[in-house]
Structure formats: structure tokens, C-alpha cells
Design a protein around this ligand. Sequence first.
Ligand code: 13P
Ligand code: SF4
Length: 376
Amino acid sequence: MTIATEPLPFAPYRELSNEHLSERIRAAKETLGSSLLILGHHYQQDEVIDHADLTGDSYQLSKLAADSAECRSIVFCGVHFMAETADILANRPEKIAERGGARVRVVLPDMAAGCSMADMAAIRQVEAAWDQLGEVIDTEDLTPVTYINSAASLKAFCGKHGGIVCTSSNAKAVLEWAFQRRKRVFFFPDQHLGRNTSLKMGITNDQMPVWNPHEDSLGGNSKDTIENSRVILWKGHCSVHQMFQAEHVHSFRKRIEGIQILVHPECPQEVNDIADISGSTSKIIETVRKAPAGTKWAIGTELHLVNRLKKEHPEQEIHFLSPLVCMCATMYRIDLPHLCWSLENLVAGTIVNEIQVKEDVSRWSLIALERMLSVK
Ligand code: 13P
Ligand code: SF4
């Protein structure tokens, strides 16, 4: 397999119908056989999910990439940080040795599929914050915890500084791990996941200052606030989940008797506090699957997942929590034309849109990711 010097031109794929694209995707998958693994995040549109070999939340997808045995290429229908994580985990030194030196090539069908939350924390900002914090508190007592929704460079930072990665499904266990070792946590980039999880552990808002990377001094905090902190939260958020509001919850409860509110912990505290259940995308799916017919839900997470649940569970009454369209525009970049184009390039022996994390970043990130995978 070579890296494409002249990939198949993309423009003609835009002209094809979904039926035609699906047929060609199936043919490419058949040709590539077990050397190919297509992974799909739950927020992907249905047409794409239909072609995924395996689907999952961020934690499950990292496990699947880490455990991949036969495959030589992973086409990741998700966003950039997920493909980076897959590259790091699928290409651990022992895995490469098992394959006689061969790497798993990870492809992101559209390079524009990023994550606005991950973009809210750049490595130079995190390093600058760490240095400033070191002037006020002992950073030997501080564990950096990065949400998996972050660039690999932030995971590497955590690896180097005794820190760890978390996902929405294991954030509490990861914070417990951190507090068993040191007295404070620096949590980035999602303030809401950090706050919602810490509140459940009995940490109070006055012990959780928010670090604004755009403020010159101590992220906009006083020395006292930082000294008295237990969890320092980065001022980042998900633009999709930020849209859900407490008044949406009140309005559903007023209108529909017996409705249950099910949300993702990336939602703000005001929503999370009054929801009936909060959890990762997999927990949301499992909760709906296990509920008896006739259960009524208003769900606060990405629109494509909620619409899929509505289709799959006509026996239940499912509503989208917000009156507005809250969809992940970057996930949505992965569509059938990009999927078909990247697969047909693989068949032609060329790799387009390869995600390959730099060796030193990968080595340090792996340390933080392996710590996460070891937390039960
Ligand atoms: P999970 O699938 O891990 O719950 O994460 C949601 C998300 O925002 C992915 O970017
Ligand atoms: Fe990032 Fe939010 Fe999209 Fe998840 S839903 S990929 S956190 S922008």
C-alpha cells in the first residue's frame, strides 16, 4: 500500500446517488475483506452507520481500535481526535511487532471532520496554564485529565505529567483514580463534563474555578481561588450540547406527564442537575433499549442519534429535548461520497486522508490512554 500521490478525484463522487454510492461502498468492502475495519460513532448519519462494521461511543471505539487484530486499515467515521486515538492504540509497539512491522493505516474520510470542543484547548495554552499554576500551587499535587475529545498533543501532555484520558462513560472512575494519587485535578477541555462528574463526587462549585485561557493572569482567577481549588476546569464546551437549556426540561415536564429526561454529561450543569438520567451515548442507547414500551423520553444529545432511536423504538415516545436543531456539523462532514472515495482509493492501493500521529506525541499519549484503559 502506498500513500497516494494521485488520489482518485473526489468531485465525481458528489454527482452519484446514495444508492449508487452504497453499491460501490459494498463492493469496495467486499474486495478489502477483513483487512478493512469501518468504525462509526453513534452521531453519524444513518447512511454512514449502515456501512460501519462496528459502532460505539468514544470509549468503545478506542477499545475496538486497540483490540483490532486482522485489519490493516481503519476507516474512521467519526471526528479527527477519534481517528488520532485509533492510530495511537492500533499501532502500539507490541501490535506492530505482532504484525511483523506493519502499521494499521487510519483514514478519516473528510479531514474537515474536527471537533469544536477539542479546538478550544491548544497545547501551547495548556502548557502556559500549567506553568502559571506552578507559580501558585505544587503541580506535583495536580493531575492533568484530558477528555478524549482533545488533540493527541494534550493526551501526550497528560502522559508526561502523570495524567490520564477520560471519556464520558468513565469520567467518574478516572477522577477517582486521579484523587487516589494527588489532591487536585486540572480538567480539559470540557468544563461541563468535568463539573457534572465532580459534583456527583461531592466536590462543590466553589472548589472548581474555571480557567479561561484568554485571560492573562491565572485564567481569570485569584491566587486564593486556585489555592483552594480541587478541580480546575478549562473554559471549553461542546457547541452542540451547550444548546440544551433547563427551560427545555421544564417545558417537557409541564406538557407531557411521566416524561423522563435523558441527557449527555456534556450538557451544562443546569440541565444535567435536573435530568432523570445522564450518560454517554452508549448509556443513552442502552437506557432506551431496556425501557418498557410506552416509556416517554426527551433526549438531550446530538440530533442524528436521537432520530435513529426514534426510528428503532417506535414502541416508545421519544422527543428531541431542544426546539432547535442541535447537530454535530463536523461529524456530518463524513458522508457517502467521502466514504466511497476513501474506500475506492484503498482498493486502488492509495491512502487518502491518513491520520498518523507523530511518534513522540503518540508514545506519550499512549501512556495516558493506557492508564485510562486500565481504570475499571
Ligand atoms: P460519547 O460517545 O463518548 O458519549 O461522546 C460524545 C461525543 O461528543 C463524541 O464527540
Ligand atoms: Fe465535538 Fe460536540 Fe461534535 Fe462531540 S458533538 S464531536 S464534542 S462538537
